[in-house]
Design a protein around this ligand. Structure first.
Ligand code: GAP
Length: 462
């Protein structure tokens, strides 16, 4: 089982402290979200899992953290200034602003407003998605010489650092550069909770290789990401691949495969249940060429008259100089978190007929690994023992102490936030120096000696 819809996760997130609407006390700000105590832990665990997998467990990837605000020329030559836009239409009847490419057509082939059903729409016009800002003490907000952008993807900071990383880390092809960071897009129609927002986080790898190796490496990354997403607990039945058509491909891409997740299981039309979790593109040699000073167009004119560097690669074995191809697996942190939460969501009826929510997060992702609960909070010896156990666990795992309710309520609360184990200290514990450990998924209970508790939990948390 997984969540029946995104709304279920929105309400769980707000209730338990995963994600809150941003600026809520001032009425909110469309599609901005703050990550609460549990949400920040879950997001960090997802990022750590990704970083560990790509940077630490492989021999061919270096990490990077490039600036959000770059020289405007980066966005000129990447093509974003000219082409990073969505087709915008306005509904003349209800005044809603819409993305043309997301609208359905009626039987006559006319676009239909998704808000009021009207076909009375304006002509489409491009709307650039980059957020503008000014750098330094600009004379005014329109001062073109101070104009800069918030990056709409982390990728470009990787391309511009290709030669720096190549030289300083003495790499040879194939190798990759990985980066996690915020990206900003002034989306026309953000929505569906954290699925599409104007501020979000990406985990991107730019993997540099010889052109002839690119197709096979592309496939290897696809297989690798299927496995990594699976390792986060997302079931294969809620994932599928989508091969972008020639018309859909970005101008730089030879092949792009999206990994889709079933974000909208409530939709009757099965084909509309899916949307993009991440994409893996073969970007060819486009990026390193456009940021290099040497390449010329058909008329012999430099395509980049501002770059001071040539981002080509010299292969000492073949004595060839060329621009490497790039395979780019690009993943959204926020969409991954949403998919992980939706897939982990389960409802179960207990023997009293009450419906309980269990978030079956993989133990390594669970924000809290163990909750230590005193059975009687008015018995000082029990409270003291429980607090000591929590303190002893703390250096090796995130543990909490909670005595703010009856034991049934405390268990339910921990199940709902995905805590794999509850450790209960009872009257008997004072005699046998043992505790009851309850498993979130099976609700089975084991009696475990306090001395053996750390290793018992460590073994099961993996
Ligand atoms: N460098 C390539 C690139 O940025 P993209 O398909 O535009 O490709 C990659 O974005 C991933 O970033 C998406 O698959 C998605 O997970 C995430 N993403 C993109 N726009 C987003 C938005 N507005 N809100 C949340 N996540 C977004």
């Amino acid at each position: 089982m997984s969540a029946p819809n995104i709304e279920t996760i929105v309400s769980l997130s707000k209730r338990r402290g995963f994600v809150y609407p941003a600026s809520d006390i001032y009425g909110g700000l469309g599609s901005s979200w703050d990550y609460g105590p549990l949400g920040v832990e879950l997001a960090n665990s997802i990022k750590n899992s990704w970083w560990r997998w790509v940077v630490y467990e492989r021999d061919d990837i270096e990490g990077l953290d490039s600036a959000i605000i770059q020289n405007r020329l980066v966005w000129k030559y990447s093509g974003h200034e000219a082409t990073f836009s969505d087709p915008l239409v306005d509904c003349r009847d209800c005044k809603t602003r819409l993305r043309e490419d997301k609208l359905d057509k009626n039987d006559d082939g006319k676009l239909v407003c998704s808000n009021c059903g009207s076909t009375n729409l304006t002509e489409s016009r491009p709307f650039n998605l980059m957020f503008r800002t000014t750098v330094g003490a600009a004379s005014s907000d329109d001062d073109e010489s101070a104009l800069a952008y918030l990056r709409p993807e982390t990728a470009q900071g990787i391309f511009t650092n290709f030669v720096n990383v190549l030289n300083t880390s003495r790499r040879k092809l194939p190798f990759g550069i990985a980066q996690i960071g915020k990206a900003f897009r002034n989306e026309v129609t953000p929505g569906n909770f954290i699925f599409r927002t104007r501020e979000f986080e990406q985990m991107e790898i730019e993997y540099f290789c010889r052109p002839e190796d690119a197709p096979a490496i592309h496939q290897e990354w696809l297989d690798g990401f299927d496995q990594w997403i699976g390792s986060l607990g997302v079931s294969a039945s809620n994932l599928k691949h989508y091969e972008q058509t020639k018309e859909e491909l970005a101008h730089y891409s030879e092949r792009t495969v999206d990994i889709l997740y079933r974000f909208f299981p409530e939709r009757e039309d099965e084909s509309k249940q899916w949307d993009e979790l991440m994409g893996i593109a073969n970007r060819t040699d486009y990026d390193l060429r456009v940021h290099s000073k040497k390449p010329e167009d058909a008329e012999g004119k430099r395509i980049n008259s501002d770059s001071t560097e040539d981002l080509s690669y010299f292969d000492p074995q073949t004595n060839e100089r060329f621009y490497p191809y790039i395979i780019e697996p690009s993943t959204g942190v926020n969409r991954t978190l949403l998919a992980v939460m939706m897939d982990a969501y389960e409802e179960r009826t207990n023997d009293k007929g009450e419906v309980r929510v269990i978030l079956k997060l993989k133990p390594e992702l669970a924000p809290i690994k163990a909750a230590v609960l005193p059975l009687a909070k008015n018995k000082p010896e029990i409270v003291e023992m429980a607090r000591k156990i929590k303190k002893d666990l703390q250096p090796s795992m995130r543990a909490v102490y909670d005595d703010t309710g009856g034991i049934g309520k405390l268990y339910a609360r921990q199940d709902e936030i995905g805590t794999p184990f509850c450790v209960t200290v009872d009257h008997e514990s004072l005699v046998d120096n043992a505790v009851t450990v309850r498993d979130r998924d099976t609700w089975n209970q084991d009696r475990v000696a306090v001395d053996a508790l750390k290793s018992y939990l460590a073994e099961r948390l993996g």
